[in-house]
Ligand binder design. Structure first.
Ligand SMILES: [Zn+2]
Length: 304
Protein backbone atom coordinates (compact mmCIF):
# COMPACT_ATOMS: atom_id res chain seq x y z
CA UNK A 1 0.00 0.00 0.00
CA UNK A 2 1.62 3.22 -1.07
CA UNK A 3 -1.18 5.60 -0.17
CA UNK A 4 -1.13 7.47 3.11
CA UNK A 5 -3.07 5.27 5.58
CA UNK A 6 -4.35 8.40 7.33
CA UNK A 7 -6.16 9.35 4.13
CA UNK A 8 -7.93 6.10 3.39
CA UNK A 9 -10.91 6.50 5.73
CA UNK A 10 -13.13 7.64 2.85
CA UNK A 11 -15.39 5.21 1.06
CA UNK A 12 -15.48 6.02 -2.64
CA UNK A 13 -18.34 5.44 -5.05
CA UNK A 14 -18.08 2.87 -7.81
CA UNK A 15 -20.53 2.58 -10.69
CA UNK A 16 -20.92 0.41 -13.77
CA UNK A 17 -23.02 1.33 -16.80
CA UNK A 18 -24.37 -2.08 -17.80
CA UNK A 19 -24.83 -2.28 -21.59
CA UNK A 20 -23.76 -4.65 -24.35
CA UNK A 21 -20.99 -3.28 -26.56
CA UNK A 22 -22.10 -5.29 -29.62
CA UNK A 23 -25.68 -4.08 -29.83
CA UNK A 24 -24.52 -0.57 -28.90
CA UNK A 25 -22.28 -0.47 -31.99
CA UNK A 26 -25.27 -1.42 -34.17
CA UNK A 27 -27.51 1.21 -32.53
CA UNK A 28 -24.90 3.97 -32.82
CA UNK A 29 -24.10 3.18 -36.46
CA UNK A 30 -27.58 2.44 -37.84
CA UNK A 31 -30.22 3.42 -35.27
CA UNK A 32 -31.45 -0.19 -35.38
CA UNK A 33 -32.28 -2.00 -32.16
CA UNK A 34 -31.01 -5.55 -31.85
CA UNK A 35 -31.06 -7.57 -28.63
CA UNK A 36 -28.18 -7.32 -26.14
CA UNK A 37 -25.80 -10.25 -26.57
CA UNK A 38 -24.73 -12.78 -23.90
CA UNK A 39 -21.34 -11.04 -23.66
CA UNK A 40 -22.98 -8.49 -21.35
CA UNK A 41 -23.81 -11.29 -18.90
CA UNK A 42 -20.36 -12.83 -19.02
CA UNK A 43 -18.56 -9.50 -18.59
CA UNK A 44 -20.86 -8.24 -15.84
CA UNK A 45 -20.47 -11.47 -13.88
CA UNK A 46 -16.71 -11.30 -14.23
CA UNK A 47 -16.66 -7.72 -12.99
CA UNK A 48 -18.93 -8.64 -10.08
CA UNK A 49 -16.56 -11.45 -9.09
CA UNK A 50 -13.64 -9.03 -9.20
CA UNK A 51 -15.49 -6.56 -6.96
CA UNK A 52 -16.57 -9.30 -4.55
CA UNK A 53 -13.00 -10.58 -4.24
CA UNK A 54 -12.12 -7.13 -2.86
CA UNK A 55 -15.28 -6.64 -0.78
CA UNK A 56 -16.39 -3.79 -3.05
CA UNK A 57 -19.96 -2.83 -3.86
CA UNK A 58 -21.13 -0.59 -6.70
CA UNK A 59 -24.17 0.93 -8.37
CA UNK A 60 -24.96 -0.91 -11.60
CA UNK A 61 -26.79 1.57 -13.87
CA UNK A 62 -28.41 -0.93 -16.20
CA UNK A 63 -30.38 -0.73 -19.43
CA UNK A 64 -33.95 -2.03 -19.19
CA UNK A 65 -33.33 -4.13 -22.32
CA UNK A 66 -30.61 -6.03 -20.41
CA UNK A 67 -32.97 -6.64 -17.48
CA UNK A 68 -35.69 -7.95 -19.82
CA UNK A 69 -33.26 -10.21 -21.73
CA UNK A 70 -31.29 -11.45 -18.70
CA UNK A 71 -33.34 -10.98 -15.50
CA UNK A 72 -31.25 -13.58 -13.63
CA UNK A 73 -28.22 -11.28 -13.98
CA UNK A 74 -30.06 -8.46 -12.20
CA UNK A 75 -31.20 -10.82 -9.47
CA UNK A 76 -27.62 -11.98 -9.02
CA UNK A 77 -26.40 -8.39 -8.56
CA UNK A 78 -29.18 -7.62 -6.09
CA UNK A 79 -28.60 -10.84 -4.12
CA UNK A 80 -24.92 -9.87 -3.86
CA UNK A 81 -25.92 -6.67 -2.01
CA UNK A 82 -25.16 -4.42 -5.00
CA UNK A 83 -27.23 -1.34 -5.86
CA UNK A 84 -29.21 -1.35 -9.10
CA UNK A 85 -29.81 1.90 -11.01
CA UNK A 86 -31.34 2.83 -14.38
CA UNK A 87 -29.32 3.68 -17.52
CA UNK A 88 -32.34 4.02 -19.88
CA UNK A 89 -34.29 1.30 -21.68
CA UNK A 90 -32.26 1.27 -24.90
CA UNK A 91 -29.08 3.32 -25.13
CA UNK A 92 -30.77 6.36 -26.69
CA UNK A 93 -29.22 9.72 -25.86
CA UNK A 94 -31.71 11.72 -23.80
CA UNK A 95 -31.57 14.78 -26.08
CA UNK A 96 -32.70 12.66 -29.03
CA UNK A 97 -35.96 11.75 -27.26
CA UNK A 98 -39.17 13.66 -26.64
CA UNK A 99 -40.26 14.18 -23.06
CA UNK A 100 -42.99 11.55 -23.33
CA UNK A 101 -40.69 9.02 -25.03
CA UNK A 102 -38.12 9.57 -22.26
CA UNK A 103 -40.79 9.11 -19.56
CA UNK A 104 -42.00 5.85 -21.10
CA UNK A 105 -38.46 4.49 -21.59
CA UNK A 106 -37.43 5.26 -18.01
CA UNK A 107 -40.67 3.95 -16.53
CA UNK A 108 -40.27 0.72 -18.51
CA UNK A 109 -36.61 0.31 -17.50
CA UNK A 110 -37.31 1.04 -13.82
CA UNK A 111 -40.14 -1.51 -13.77
CA UNK A 112 -38.00 -4.18 -15.45
CA UNK A 113 -35.08 -3.61 -13.08
CA UNK A 114 -37.23 -3.50 -9.93
CA UNK A 115 -39.08 -6.66 -10.97
CA UNK A 116 -35.88 -8.53 -11.74
CA UNK A 117 -33.86 -7.28 -8.76
CA UNK A 118 -36.60 -7.13 -6.14
CA UNK A 119 -35.28 -3.81 -4.79
CA UNK A 120 -36.34 -0.19 -5.27
CA UNK A 121 -34.26 1.72 -7.81
CA UNK A 122 -33.10 5.14 -6.58
CA UNK A 123 -30.62 6.44 -9.13
CA UNK A 124 -30.32 7.20 -12.84
CA UNK A 125 -27.41 7.85 -15.20
CA UNK A 126 -28.02 9.06 -18.74
CA UNK A 127 -26.32 7.29 -21.68
CA UNK A 128 -23.19 9.28 -22.57
CA UNK A 129 -24.09 11.91 -19.92
CA UNK A 130 -26.73 13.24 -22.33
CA UNK A 131 -28.79 15.40 -19.95
CA UNK A 132 -28.07 19.06 -20.70
CA UNK A 133 -29.82 22.37 -21.42
CA UNK A 134 -31.60 20.84 -24.45
CA UNK A 135 -33.75 18.66 -22.17
CA UNK A 136 -34.90 20.90 -19.29
CA UNK A 137 -37.72 18.41 -18.52
CA UNK A 138 -35.46 15.41 -17.88
CA UNK A 139 -34.93 15.94 -14.15
CA UNK A 140 -38.65 16.67 -13.64
CA UNK A 141 -39.46 13.30 -15.19
CA UNK A 142 -36.93 11.50 -12.98
CA UNK A 143 -38.33 13.07 -9.80
CA UNK A 144 -41.88 12.34 -10.99
CA UNK A 145 -41.00 8.66 -11.42
CA UNK A 146 -39.62 8.46 -7.87
CA UNK A 147 -35.87 8.69 -8.43
CA UNK A 148 -33.86 10.16 -5.53
CA UNK A 149 -30.75 11.05 -7.48
CA UNK A 150 -29.23 11.57 -10.90
CA UNK A 151 -25.57 10.97 -11.81
CA UNK A 152 -25.36 12.33 -15.35
CA UNK A 153 -23.24 15.46 -14.90
CA UNK A 154 -19.57 15.44 -15.79
CA UNK A 155 -18.36 18.80 -14.45
CA UNK A 156 -15.70 19.61 -17.03
CA UNK A 157 -15.55 20.86 -20.62
CA UNK A 158 -15.62 17.67 -22.67
CA UNK A 159 -15.71 17.35 -26.42
CA UNK A 160 -19.09 15.63 -26.52
CA UNK A 161 -20.48 16.24 -23.03
CA UNK A 162 -19.78 17.99 -19.76
CA UNK A 163 -20.66 21.19 -17.89
CA UNK A 164 -17.58 23.14 -16.76
CA UNK A 165 -19.67 25.30 -14.40
CA UNK A 166 -21.37 22.46 -12.51
CA UNK A 167 -20.53 21.84 -8.83
CA UNK A 168 -17.93 19.16 -8.10
CA UNK A 169 -19.77 17.45 -5.24
CA UNK A 170 -23.26 16.32 -4.29
CA UNK A 171 -25.90 19.03 -4.73
CA UNK A 172 -29.67 19.38 -4.90
CA UNK A 173 -31.45 20.32 -8.12
CA UNK A 174 -34.97 21.73 -7.97
CA UNK A 175 -37.66 20.00 -10.04
CA UNK A 176 -41.44 20.38 -10.36
CA UNK A 177 -41.72 17.34 -8.10
CA UNK A 178 -39.29 18.36 -5.35
CA UNK A 179 -35.50 18.26 -5.18
CA UNK A 180 -33.46 15.63 -6.95
CA UNK A 181 -29.90 15.08 -5.75
CA UNK A 182 -27.10 15.22 -8.31
CA UNK A 183 -23.97 13.07 -7.87
CA UNK A 184 -21.38 14.43 -10.34
CA UNK A 185 -18.64 12.25 -11.83
CA UNK A 186 -15.24 13.00 -10.37
CA UNK A 187 -12.89 15.55 -11.87
CA UNK A 188 -9.80 16.94 -10.19
CA UNK A 189 -9.60 20.72 -10.06
CA UNK A 190 -6.00 21.61 -10.83
CA UNK A 191 -5.31 25.32 -10.97
CA UNK A 192 -8.04 26.73 -13.21
CA UNK A 193 -8.52 23.40 -14.97
CA UNK A 194 -10.80 20.49 -14.31
CA UNK A 195 -9.36 17.13 -15.27
CA UNK A 196 -11.50 14.04 -15.77
CA UNK A 197 -10.18 10.93 -14.08
CA UNK A 198 -13.29 8.99 -13.12
CA UNK A 199 -12.95 5.79 -15.10
CA UNK A 200 -14.22 4.72 -18.49
CA UNK A 201 -11.88 5.91 -21.25
CA UNK A 202 -9.88 7.97 -18.75
CA UNK A 203 -8.95 4.86 -16.81
CA UNK A 204 -8.36 2.90 -20.01
CA UNK A 205 -6.15 5.35 -21.91
CA UNK A 206 -4.18 7.09 -19.14
CA UNK A 207 -1.37 5.44 -17.18
CA UNK A 208 -1.92 4.12 -13.67
CA UNK A 209 0.26 6.95 -12.31
CA UNK A 210 -2.45 9.42 -13.39
CA UNK A 211 -5.17 7.49 -11.57
CA UNK A 212 -2.99 7.31 -8.44
CA UNK A 213 -2.35 11.05 -8.56
CA UNK A 214 -6.07 11.77 -9.05
CA UNK A 215 -7.13 9.52 -6.16
CA UNK A 216 -4.64 11.21 -3.86
CA UNK A 217 -5.96 14.60 -4.96
CA UNK A 218 -9.62 13.78 -4.23
CA UNK A 219 -8.69 12.25 -0.87
CA UNK A 220 -6.82 15.43 0.08
CA UNK A 221 -10.02 17.36 -0.70
CA UNK A 222 -12.00 14.83 1.41
CA UNK A 223 -14.30 14.15 -1.53
CA UNK A 224 -15.43 10.61 -2.31
CA UNK A 225 -14.49 9.79 -5.90
CA UNK A 226 -17.31 8.72 -8.25
CA UNK A 227 -15.85 6.22 -10.70
CA UNK A 228 -17.61 4.67 -13.69
CA UNK A 229 -16.85 1.63 -15.79
CA UNK A 230 -18.50 -0.60 -18.38
CA UNK A 231 -18.53 -4.41 -18.16
CA UNK A 232 -16.86 -4.69 -21.58
CA UNK A 233 -13.86 -2.68 -20.45
CA UNK A 234 -12.30 -5.83 -19.03
CA UNK A 235 -13.22 -7.88 -22.12
CA UNK A 236 -10.61 -8.24 -24.83
CA UNK A 237 -12.66 -9.96 -27.50
CA UNK A 238 -15.59 -8.66 -29.50
CA UNK A 239 -18.10 -10.51 -31.58
CA UNK A 240 -16.94 -9.98 -35.19
CA UNK A 241 -19.53 -12.44 -36.55
CA UNK A 242 -22.36 -10.58 -34.85
CA UNK A 243 -21.22 -7.23 -36.24
CA UNK A 244 -20.83 -8.64 -39.76
CA UNK A 245 -24.31 -10.08 -39.53
CA UNK A 246 -25.89 -6.82 -38.37
CA UNK A 247 -23.90 -4.16 -40.22
CA UNK A 248 -23.80 -3.66 -43.98
CA UNK A 249 -20.39 -2.98 -45.52
CA UNK A 250 -20.94 0.81 -45.69
CA UNK A 251 -22.10 0.79 -42.06
CA UNK A 252 -18.77 -0.73 -41.00
CA UNK A 253 -16.80 2.16 -42.52
CA UNK A 254 -14.38 3.69 -40.01
CA UNK A 255 -15.02 0.85 -37.60
CA UNK A 256 -11.31 0.10 -37.22
CA UNK A 257 -10.71 3.46 -35.56
CA UNK A 258 -13.72 3.09 -33.24
CA UNK A 259 -12.56 -0.37 -32.25
CA UNK A 260 -9.04 0.94 -31.65
CA UNK A 261 -10.30 3.77 -29.42
CA UNK A 262 -12.70 1.58 -27.51
CA UNK A 263 -10.53 -1.52 -27.20
CA UNK A 264 -7.17 0.10 -26.70
CA UNK A 265 -5.99 -0.43 -23.15
CA UNK A 266 -8.58 -3.00 -22.13
CA UNK A 267 -5.94 -5.48 -21.01
CA UNK A 268 -4.42 -2.79 -18.78
CA UNK A 269 -7.78 -1.60 -17.48
CA UNK A 270 -8.27 -4.72 -15.39
CA UNK A 271 -4.85 -4.23 -13.81
CA UNK A 272 -5.67 -0.60 -12.93
CA UNK A 273 -9.07 -1.64 -11.63
CA UNK A 274 -7.49 -4.28 -9.41
CA UNK A 275 -5.10 -1.64 -8.08
CA UNK A 276 -8.00 0.69 -7.23
CA UNK A 277 -9.96 -2.11 -5.56
CA UNK A 278 -6.89 -3.14 -3.57
CA UNK A 279 -6.15 0.36 -2.29
CA UNK A 280 -9.53 1.95 -1.64
CA UNK A 281 -12.93 1.07 -0.21
CA UNK A 282 -15.87 1.27 -2.61
CA UNK A 283 -19.64 1.20 -2.30
CA UNK A 284 -22.67 2.17 -4.39
CA UNK A 285 -23.62 5.83 -4.80
CA UNK A 286 -26.74 5.76 -2.59
CA UNK A 287 -24.80 4.40 0.39
CA UNK A 288 -21.72 6.59 -0.08
CA UNK A 289 -23.79 9.78 -0.32
CA UNK A 290 -26.53 8.86 2.19
CA UNK A 291 -29.30 8.86 -0.43
CA UNK A 292 -31.09 5.70 0.64
CA UNK A 293 -33.82 7.66 2.44
CA UNK A 294 -35.76 10.59 0.97
CA UNK A 295 -33.70 13.76 1.52
CA UNK A 296 -34.96 15.84 4.43
CA UNK A 297 -35.51 19.57 3.72
CA UNK A 298 -32.64 20.48 6.09
CA UNK A 299 -30.21 18.19 4.31
CA UNK A 300 -31.22 19.49 0.91
CA UNK A 301 -30.90 23.12 2.01
CA UNK A 302 -27.43 22.45 3.44
CA UNK A 303 -26.13 20.89 0.26
CA UNK A 304 -27.85 23.21 -2.23
ZN1 LIG B 1 -23.86 3.85 -21.52
Amino acid sequence: MDCDPAMTSLTHALSVDVEDWNNLVVLNRTGRIVPPQPAVVHNTERMLELFQAHGARATWFTLGEVADAYPALIRKLADAGQEIGVHGYHHHLVYTLTESAFREAIRRAKDALEQAGGQAVLGYRAPAFSIDARVPWALDVLAELGFRYDSSVFPFRGRRYGDPRAPLTLYARPTRHGPLMEVPLTVVDWGSRRLPCAGGGYLRHFPLAYTRWAMRAVERRRRPAVIYLHPYEIDEAYDADFLHQHLARHERRGFGRVRWLQYRGRSRTERKLRWLLGHYRFDGLARVFGLEAAPSPARVAASA
